[in-house]
Design a protein around this ligand. Structure first.
Ligand SMILES: Cc1ncc(COP(=O)(O)O)c(C=O)c1O
Length: 484
């Protein structure tokens, strides 16, 4: 019998989030049969392989039709077959690749994970496909409950409003902060931050290309992020800049939005002392602190990255997304906004709620977190493989110099399961070329950073085994030899 999990309690009466049909014994038997077949089909998928020659032509035609419809080529010629095995994904041309990106961190249990398939079938047995803010089922409460309970253990966060995208969660966070500060017009953010693609978030995000041609109607004061090469001098410099911005625009800041671990910006990590110094200044000036964890949530040694960095006592608003499947804005009771500020026709799909909840429960209880948890082990395995490659093939790892002429202290970086490697001097064009070759050879990854550029890995933490980095690194080595 498959596992029927997740009950949550209201006034001591357990409420199942499963639809009635999903607990019918005959239906459970049918689900078991599907799961058995799934596992049988998966058994032979154990490594990367090339495409089927008889599918190449149809695949190329499909890709070019896809590019025509979008109006531009996609970064990779990726069309999934709808099947995989853990970190391995099958494409429609029959090839199998190591998915070290997992949809930029969303597919935390990789591909065709039996527990996620089971949750998706249960969701399909529900009465509706989409959940709304006006009418929703118990699944919506269950995930909100889980997220707020986890957050409440380590912060003053108590409330949770779910949405269907990270960007929309961020919009809600900004609205909450603006209302709280009586329409303060300015925002403080870090250099190189990324916040999503709405008109407002594109403006706050620190990338010129992403706001090209947009009307600029939000005022942002950018602060330098922590620079490990400068150490405590970096903290002093950002503290000075923050004090200056507050003195220049007193009572005009609605929030300091912090990606405490920068995703797009380059998997940059700041130490607690740096963050606390800034947060104390914000508290003294009554500037709300909003942490954007849409990329970092779930991927460090605690569920919340703000917890890993020990700054829970300071946070007022936190946004999460990606691996949660549904996104959310969490806030303290003090920041609970007035009625009418947050709503939306639908919040997300029933299957997103079921899969998100099942995944979060497994992460909570499956030994993923802590100094010796599965995530920490994955990090160590990645480092070992990376260090071995750098030691053996130093020619691919020349010193990396940033736009200010400073040398990067290490070509291996990141935290938890946000992993970064900087070959080829971090040169933009060569990193792009490498990513394409990697894809052909059987590893899917992405870049991050705005110069230097890095290889970015967001492996599916739920299913990736430390030993699986070995075949991945063998492909990385092979691909490096092919890049001009
Ligand atoms: C830190 C951060 N904030 C916000 C977003 C936007 O999330 P979404 O793409 O779901 O709108 C992203 C997405 O990459 C992100 O990394």
């Amino acid at each position: 019998m498959t596992t029927v999990s997740t009950k949550f309690k209201t006034n001591n009466a357990p409420l199942s989030h499963l639809p009635p049909l999903a607990v019918n014994p005959r239906v459970r038997g049918a689900i078991d049969l599907i799961i058995d077949e799934l596992k049988r089909e998966q058994a032979s998928m154990t490594g990367a392989r090339g495409s089927d020659s008889n599918k190449t032509e149809a695949y190329a035609a499909w890709m070019s039709r896809n590019n025509e419809l979008r109006g531009r080529p996609t970064m990779y010629p990726y069309v999934g077959a709808g099947f995989g095995h853990g970190p391995l994904v099958q494409l429609a041309d029959g090839s199998v690749k190591w998915d070290m990106l997992s949809g930029i961190g969303i597919n935390m249990f990789g591909h065709s994970d039996s527990r996620m398939v089971e949750a998706a079938i249960e969701a399909a047995l529900s009465d509706v496909c989409m959940q709304g803010h006006l009418q929703h089922n118990t699944d919506v409460l269950a995930i909100s409950e889980l997220l707020s309970a986890e957050a409440a253990r380590v912060s003053r966060l108590r409330h949770c409003f779910v949405t269907n995208s990270g960007c929309m969660a961020n919009e809600n966070a900004l609205k909450i902060c603006q209302q709280k500060t009586q329409s303060a017009p300015r925002v403080i953010a870090f250099n190189d931050c990324f916040m999503g693609r709405s008109t407002t978030m594109s403006q706050i995000g620190d990338s010129a290309a992403y706001r090209q041609g947009l009307v600029q109607n939000i005022l942002v004061d950018y602060m330098p992020f922590y620079d490990p090469a400068q150490g405590s001098r970096s903290t002093d410099a950002t503290v000075r800049a923050l004090k200056q911005a507050i003195a220049r625009y007193p009572k005009q800041h609605s929030c300091f939005v912090m990606e405490v671990i920068q995703g797009e910006g380059g998997f940059n990590v700041a130490p607690r002392e740096f963050l606390v110094a800034l947060m104390q200044i914000c508290k003294a000036a009554a500037i709300p602190i909003w942490i954007d964890e849409i990329q970092s949530f779930g991927r460090t040694e605690n569920m919340f990255a703000f917890d890993t960095l020990g700054v829970g006592e300071f946070v007022d608003v936190v946004t999460v997304g990606k691996m949660t499947q549904v996104c959310a804005c969490l806030f303290t009771s003090d920041f609970n906004p007035g009625p009418g500020l947050m709503a939306g026709t639908f919040s997300s799909s029933t299957s997103a709620y079921h899969i998100g909840l099942r995944g979060l429960e497994i992460l909570q209880s499956g030994g993923y977190y802590g100094a010796d948890g599965r995530i920490a082990k994955l990090h160590r395995a990645f480092r070992e493989c990376a260090e071995d490659l750098v030691a053996r093939r130093g020619e691919f790892f020349p010193p990396v110099v940033d736009s200010h002429g400073r040398t990067l202290p290490d070509v291996i970086g990141g935290i938890g399961a946000m992993l970064r490697l900087t070959p080829l001097g971090g040169d933009k064009d060569r990193i792009s070329a490498l990513l394409k070759v990697l894809f052909e050879e059987g590893v899917i990854a992405l870049n991050c950073g705005h110069g230097p550029y890095h290889l970015r890995f967001l492996p599916p933490i739920g299913v990736m085994e430390p030993a699986q980095f070995k075949p991945v690194f063998a492909i990385i080595e092979r691909a490096l030899q092919r890049v001009p």
